[in-house]
Design a protein around this ligand. Structure first.
Ligand SMILES: Cc1ncc(COP(=O)(O)O)c(C=O)c1O
Length: 368
């Protein structure tokens, strides 16, 4: 088979291990996964109910414009349905954006370290990916502006950033958007924005996205809304750009269950409130624990904490895994001495700290 040459250069995405894989590998009865920034409370019970009710309709194709969800979100965000496009996860929208904008040889800019999908999709389009190094694990917006070339098509800004959790001050982000030439699309990936409520004024960003055709906000139901397994995310942007996305997206890309569960999840404000409260409390407690053990960590506006463990980071991740707690090594992000911990349920965080202290007592000759 003669694949496109780019296919030979690509590597398959390697996901972290699943709970079942770790159970089977180490013969464990219970395993906790606090590695993929999922909502530890699970989906809203109202979303589960909505899906149960909808199961008998799955012989029907879904509507590609998700009309019910679109109307609900439009009302909540004070936008028009023409400003929204849904994807099979926000991952799919990153792909669609590179598809509509990036020709072979065009450049796409982002930061480093950041979410890997921007680089992957650029590579797939045979574009040139320009990762601008962060400083102190924060986006360097002036350097990103300096990296713009005549063939630059997209700038991806992950805010809060995965895996660092750091967030750009609101005015800095607005000034940056203003400074980017109008022929270059700025994508602000807000996968974790619901956790960062106080730090950023989403309304003024949405207003900007509606008024200028070169700004798009990406959001997802995978994080706060607890629907990662259903695969549903959305874009908020100017109607012109949304219309271009509609031309290339698969007509039935978001399934019926995902659409209806997302509607119920938005309306379950109590589940959102409980999820945020759990995260705030768990984050504070984890930071205290890390301070006690004298590990530096990055201030996080999201539902995970990046911690500098040092040279033993990989063996810690390995030890925790065999003890039944899965966290994320940041080696693949170019931060081999760091780990990323998703804020989990109290029992999950306790299991983490217990196994971590055991690891230390083994490695420090009895001291922890
Ligand atoms: C920054 C960022 N953007 C997008 C995504 C993908 O989200 P989705 O599940 O909607 O595809 C993730 C998932 O971890 C993420 O961290």
């Amino acid at each position: 088979m003669q694949y496109r040459s780019i296919i030979n250069a690509l590597h398959e995405y390697v996901p972290g291990k699943s709970i079942d894989e770790v159970k089977a590998k180490y013969g464990l009865d219970s395993v906790y996964k606090i590695a993929s920034n999922e909502n530890p409370l699970g989906p809203s019970p109202k979303a589960v109910q909505a899906m149960q009710k909808a199961l008998v309709q799955v012989h029907r194709y879904p509507l590609g414009n998700a009309p019910e969800l679109s109307a609900l979100l439009a009302q909540k965000l004070e936008v028009d349905c023409k400003n929204l496009c849904f994807g099979n996860g926000s991952d799919e929208l990153v792909w669609l954006l590179t598809t509509i904008l990036v020709n072979a040889g065009d450049s796409v800019i982002s930061s480093e370290p950041t979410f890997s999908e921007y680089g992957f999709c650029t590579q797939l389009m045979q574009g040139q990916y320009i990762p601008v190094p962060m400083q102190d694990y924060c986006h360097q917006l002036p350097q990103i502006l300096n990296a713009i070339q005549s063939n630059t098509k997209i700038i991806f800004i992950c805010n809060p950033n995965n895996p660092t959790g750091t967030i750009i001050p609101k005015q800095e982000l607005l000034d940056f958007i203003e400074a980017v030439p109008p022929n270059i699309l700025v994508v602000v990936d807000q996968a974790y924005i619901e956790y960062a409520q106080d730090s950023v004024d989403s309304i003024s960003l949405i207003e900007q996205a509606l008024s200028r055709p070169n700004l798009l906000l990406l959001r997802t139901f995978s994080k706060l809304y607890g629907l990662a397994g259903l695969r549903i995310g959305y874009a908020i942007s100017h109607a012109e750009l949304i219309a271009a996305l509609y031309k290339v997206k698969q007509p039935f890309n978001v399934n019926i269950l995902a659409q209806l569960a997302a509607c119920a999840a938005i309306e379950d404000t109590e589940h959102c409130r409980a999820s945020l409260e759990l995260n705030t409390k768990g984050m504070q407690e984890l930071q205290v624990q890390m301070d006690e053990l004298q590990y530096p960590w990055l201030p996080s506006a999201a539902n995970y904490l990046a911690v500098h463990v040092g040279p033993t980071a990989l063996s810690l991740v390995q030890y925790l895994e065999q003890s039944g707690v899965i966290i994320r090594s940041l080696k693949s992000f170019g931060m081999p001495e760091w780990v990323r911990i998703t804020i989990g349920l109290p029992a999950e965080m306790q299991a983490l700290m217990q196994a971590w202290r055991q690891f230390l007592s083994i490695n420090n000759g009895g001291e922890s």
